[in-house]
Write a protein that binds this ligand. Structure first.
Ligand SMILES: CC(=O)SCCNC(=O)CCNC(=O)[C@H](O)C(C)(C)COP(=O)(O)OP(=O)(O)OC[C@H]1O[C@@H](n2cnc3c(N)ncnc32)[C@H](O)[C@@H]1OP(=O)(O)O
Ligand SMILES: O=C(O)CCC(=O)C(=O)O
Length: 393
């Protein structure tokens, strides 16, 4: 049986077919989240796990940032993983030289193209910035690298200029053009429009790099894929600048559930999320999609009664699909069927009226505003003043 429910509206809404690859940028943009630093051994472990998941490209870092960063990228390329290794480079040949020292497959040459960034950050005219960028693209191509040309702040860049730049990048032999939604201004409709318009301009694949400032990074990334973008950028747990990036775990599960993409090993996602929470110190909220502690936790009596018969009643996809496990929580909203199930698992065989008495006690107890543990439940059972019958072994 399929481990998720099928969305009948995908067909009715004529959802387009997609042809994508995933570039995970946890080790570069993810690490740019304020306060986050991955040690070299942590970077290595995360890269190994991303490779096991099956992401096609790992952006391993920005090697010009420090000697340690450069060495960490070198360690990753030395692993000889199946995933291609990419790094970020400003539009200066020096950054590409450092990338070459790291023996990477791919380099992302970026230049900001919006008026705001040109004026207040680069202090350059557009012509000057573009010259630096394409000279750097050319330099990287001449040295045998796969080159992504990224227009930083693309989504706030004059549209005619953006189209011209992507056409020029193709002339300069860039292998990809990247649309960076640097401050997360887009929504699914505008992203779909932008990607389909850029597709008319260039024959090389388009990358989509989304930020989550409006909470739309995942939706925008999927809209980009449906409009024909090839390379989709993610970070584990969605960590990254400000509100972060498209979460890898959410994208891979959405690709599976909405587009039948089953080549990624999603069973590795929960352990990978935990690893990154521990290495980054950025803990996920309980209700985080896919990897949150509550993603497969049920307390409400009506839900638990149904889930015990058929988990798909209240779970879109199985916990096993993402390397997680189902949990039944005892609290204010617990019903009789849940209590019967839990107490039986604890070794008790309580009668119907005993379960009702216990349910009342549980509800009173839950006023402490937290779930009730098995030990507390055991105490409540013994306080019931009933003769407890233990079933045989
Ligand atoms: C959208 C993004 O995520 S972009 C990536 C952001 N990531 C980082 O910044 C990584 C951490 N950064 C660092 O360690 C440092 O900023 C470094 C090593 C990259 C540069 O350090 P410094 O030389 O001290 O420069 P500083 O940080 O003060 O300023 C940035 C410089 O890069 C320039 N710059 C920014 N983007 C680009 C670009 N795409 N191409 C060329 N130059 C650029 C700025 O104009 C500025 O130049 P200036 O020093 O001549 O004024
Ligand atoms: O397009 C890219 O590859 C990355 C650019 C980026 O990090 C950004 O603009 O936020």
């Amino acid at each position: 049986m399929q481990d998720y429910s099928v969305n009948q509206f995908l067909k009715l809404a004529k959802t387009p077919k997609i042809d994508i690859e995933v570039c995970d940028v946890t080790l570069r943009d993810g690490e740019q989240m304020p306060g986050v630093v991955f040690r070299a051994d942590e970077k290595l472990e995360i890269a190994i796990r991303l490779n096991e998941v099956g992401v096609e490209i790992i952006e391993a870092g920005f090697p010009v940032v420090s000697e340690a960063e450069k060495r960490a990228v070198q360690d990753i390329t030395n692993l000889g993983l199946d995933s291609k290794i990419s790094v970020l480079s400003r539009s200066v040949p020096k950054d590409v030289e450092v990338a070459l020292d790291c023996d990477v497959d791919m380099v992302s040459v970026f230049i900001a193209t919006s008026e705001l960034h040109l004026k207040y950050k680069l202090h350059m005219t557009c012509a000057e910035a573009v010259k630096c960028a394409f000279e750097t693209v050319e330099f990287a191509k001449d040295h045998g690298l796969i080159v992504r040309f990224s227009a930083e702040d693309a989504t706030r860049t004059d549209f005619d200029l953006l189209k011209r730049l992507y056409r020029k990048a193709e002339e300069y032999r860039a292998d990809y053009v990247s649309i960076a939604d640097t401050v997360g201004i887009m929504n699914p409709r505008t992203t779909g429009y932008l990607v389909s318009e850029i597709k008319k301009e260039v024959d090389i694949p388009i990358c989509m790099h989304c930020h989550d400032d409006l909470g739309m990074a995942l939706a925008n990334t999927l809209a980009a894929a449906e409009a024909g973008a090839k390379q989709l950028h993610t970070t584990i747990n969605g960590i990254g600048e400000r509100s972060g990036n498209t979460p890898l775990e959410e994208l891979l599960v959405a690709l599976r559930v909405h587009h039948d993409v089953d080549r990624y090993d999603t069973t590795k996602l929960t352990p990978l999320s935990k690893l990154v929470q521990s290495c980054s110190g950025v803990m996920m909220p309980k209700n985080k999609a896919v990897v949150g502690e509550n993603a497969f936790a049920h307390e409400s009596g009506i839900h638990v009664a149904a889930v015990l018969e058929e988990p798909r009643t209240y779970e879109l996809y199985s916990p096993e699909m993402v390397g997680s496990a189902r949990r039944i929580i005892i609290g204010k909203h617990t019903g009789a069927k849940a209590l019967k199930y839990i107490t039986k698992k604890m070794g008790y065989d309580l009668k119907k009226d005993e379960i009702c008495l216990l349910a009342e006690k549980v509800k009173r107890c839950s006023e402490f505003k937290r779930p009730i543990s098995c030990d507390e439940l055991r105490r409540l059972i013994h306080d019931l003043d009933i003769e407890v019958v233990y079933p045989g072994p």
